[in-house]
Design a binder for this molecule. Structure first.
Ligand SMILES: Cc1ncc(COP(=O)(O)O)c(C=O)c1O
Length: 450
């Protein structure tokens, strides 16, 4: 296998940084100005994650393209880190949303669209009762509260290096010795997460069994495949065993499909016949307009409303003034009805296959110790030789230096990858030429590095 020469990598990084600064004077100017009024010079500090020293300021985004204020246009494989998996401003959504915008946005009253969306989510995912939020984070937060409320159990179980949004209970990881502790960088936690949560490795069904044995865990919250530490796929039999163990111990199984909706119109759940008690989702289901949802089985719904002491109508800890507003549910409706359709997936998934094949070809040609994994229309490469079995393995083998380099190298060649990892997403507007442009640039980077 060919290793990357680190001193060469650093020299290339310097070259790319200089090129980036030179190509983006207007973005730099706006960033400097923004520092006067915005924390860190950005509207959300996450945007500082972009490689290059400052983010490019977006001027326009349409379909699978983003243009910046310096006049550069990018093939967007980041797609708002999944928030724009629909492509930017899909025309069907723009038309429908313009109508909605002109006729009332938020009223604290339901609209008929919400029923359509609930029925469609049932058709896609199987669960029968739905609620809306504005984010996937909120969907997870509320669903966890409900799980604790109806089971009377204090804890939740998550997998090492999971990500489910800014949900306090989930910021727990395992040390290399297997000891649970607050996730590194966890800012201002309300309580030590080891008091609220247990954490085990993904694919370790024995550890799940041990964690659930005391029957004090309200729910297991997991993505069907981890997607936030690279992609970690479940091993054969893992989900069956997880379902069996959660049922046996009276623990609710909560599946977060926010990213894994890449697997198909009904996410990984429908594609693989999972049977969660609760399902959460957000990000792409509103074509970029904030919208999230959680669905529960009839049994969970009955148990919720059987508890007369729980306040679901006012200040009981579940809710949001703008949640379920007319614009948000109209966006979810048009997205599910017209944009993220079965037909769209029939185009998106082969594009991700093409992406994966291209990257695999480059890896093979260079004998690079890297690999690429695909989950429906989502693909991700990791700079490590074999697919990790769990989050701990994936985190231990991360190569942040190389990750930053590849992001910047691609950015300088007109390709946006998500800044958090090496993820590429295909939208209904993405083309084969877009995918090939990435393959070509990736090949260029590999040739320069090796
Ligand atoms: C699996 C998963 N769930 C939930 C979230 C939270 O989404 P949001 O930040 O839109 O609330 C994320 C965000 O990356 C996610 O990856």
């Amino acid at each position: 296998m060919t290793e990357v020469d680190r001193s060469r990598l650093r020299a290339l990084m310097e070259r790319e940084r200089a090129a980036f600064a030179e190509r983006h004077p207007r973005s730099r100017e706006l960033f400097e100005r923004a520092r006067g009024s915005l924390l860190g010079g950005v509207p959300m500090t996450w945007m500082l994650e972009w490689a290059g020293g400052f983010p490019v300021f977006m001027a326009e985004a349409s379909g699978a393209r983003v243009s910046d204020v310096d006049g550069h246009t990018y093939v967007d494989l980041c797609l708002g880190d999944t928030g724009a998996m629909t492509g930017h401003s899909p025309p069907e959504a723009v038309t429908r949303l313009a109508e909605r915008l002109a006729h009332g946005i938020t009223t604290m009253l339901p609209t008929e669209d919400s029923i359509w969306v609930g029925e469609e989510l049932t058709r896609r995912f199987g669960l029968s009762q739905w609620q809306f939020t504005l984010t996937a984070t909120d969907a997870n937060r509320f669903a966890i509260r409900i799980a604790r409320e109806i089971t009377g159990r204090p804890r939740i179980l998550v997998f090492n290096h999971c990500y489910h949004g800014t949900v306090d209970e989930t910021f727990i990881t395992l040390s290399p010795e297997g000891k649970p502790h607050a996730r590194e960088g966890n800012g201002g936690p309300p309580v030590d997460p080891t008091l609220t949560s247990r954490v085990v490795e993904f694919n370790d069904i024995e550890a799940v069994g041990d964690a659930l044995e005391a029957e004090d865990v309200a729910c297991v919250l997991t993505e069907p495949a981890l997607t936030n530490i690279g992609i970690v796929l479940p091993e054969p039999g893992f989900h069956d065993a997880l379902r069996e163990l959660t049922r046996r111990t009276g623990t609710l199984l909560m599946i977060d499909e926010t990213h894994t909706i890449s697997a198909g119109p009904g996410g990984y759940t429908a594609a693989h016949g999972l049977q969660p008690d609760v399902l959460t989702i957000g990000k792409p289901i509103g074509s970029g307009v904030p919208g999230g949802a959680f669905g529960v089985t009839e049994d969970v719904g009955d148990r919720m409303f059987a508890r007369t002491d729980a306040d679901y109508q006012d200040v009981g800890g579940i809710g949001g003034t703008l949640a379920g507003n007319a614009l948000s549910v109209a966006a979810m409706r048009v997205t599910l009805e017209r944009v993220l359709t079965e037909e769209a997936y029939r185009r998106m998934i082969p594009l991700a296959e093409r992406f994966t094949e291209g990257v695999e070809r480059v890896i093979a040609e260079r004998a690079a110790p890297w690999h690429v994994t695909r989950l429906g229309c989502r693909a991700e490469y990791l700079f490590q030789p074999n697919p990790p079995r769990n989050g701990g393995e994936a985190a231990a083998r991360k190569d942040p230096e190389l990750d930053t380099f590849i992001h910047l190298y691609l950015l300088n060649r007109g390709i946006l990858m998500t800044p958090f990892h090496n993820m590429a997403l295909m939208s209904p507007a993405t083309t084969e030429a877009d995918v090939d442009r990435h393959t070509e640039a990736f090949a260029g980077a590999a040739a320069e590095l090796m």
